[in-house]
Structure formats: C-alpha cells, structure tokens
Design a protein. Sequence first.
Length: 117
Amino acid sequence: QVQLVESGGGLVQPGGSLRLSCAASRISFSIYTMGWYRQAPGKQRELVARITHSGNTNYADSVKGRFTISRDNAKSTVYLQMNSLKPEDTAVYYCNAHFTSYTADLWGQGTQVSISS
C-alpha cells in the first residue's frame, strides 16, 4: 500500500524552528513532485512549498525566506525546514505527492505544528 508518513511536528515558541519529514513508500518517489500543504482551523488547505522531480522549488509568499523544502530521492523522503516560525504558521501540515493531472494525488495523514509562547 502506498504511504506518505509525516513526522516532526510539535509545539514551539515564536521564532523557533522545526523540520518536517515525509517518508514515502511503494511509489517511484523520484518522478513525483512533492509538496507540503497546511490547513489551519476554519481555513482552506493551502500550498506551502513544492519541489519538482528535477529540484525546482516554489513557495507561498508567506513562507519565502523562512521555509526550505528539499528532497532525498535515495531515502524517498521530502523535508520542510521551517525557521522563524510565527503563530500564523500554526496548522496541520500535509505531505503531497503529485505525478500528473491524470493521476490522483497522494496525501499523508498530517502532522500538527503549533506556534505559541
């Protein structure tokens, strides 16, 4: 069974850092565009960052300069390094794997990130 398993969430103070990981299994990881999305209470799920199979990245304006997405194809894992965290970054963060517009995206179960003093 295909799986995306996130880890690394938690509670940190404003200005702190976290690194999220998403380990994929049973997919040809290297050909997928991998992304991180987040959903705060009462809000729609939004794209945070994305990295293509060739390593091109893009970020939501709200996280540019603070978050960095990376991937390790040998480990079938995508990371999200989050620095200078703000209370508004509080959300459930989801890992996403996208191949083509004709195939269903894959989603992880989500990991909670809470920023509070």
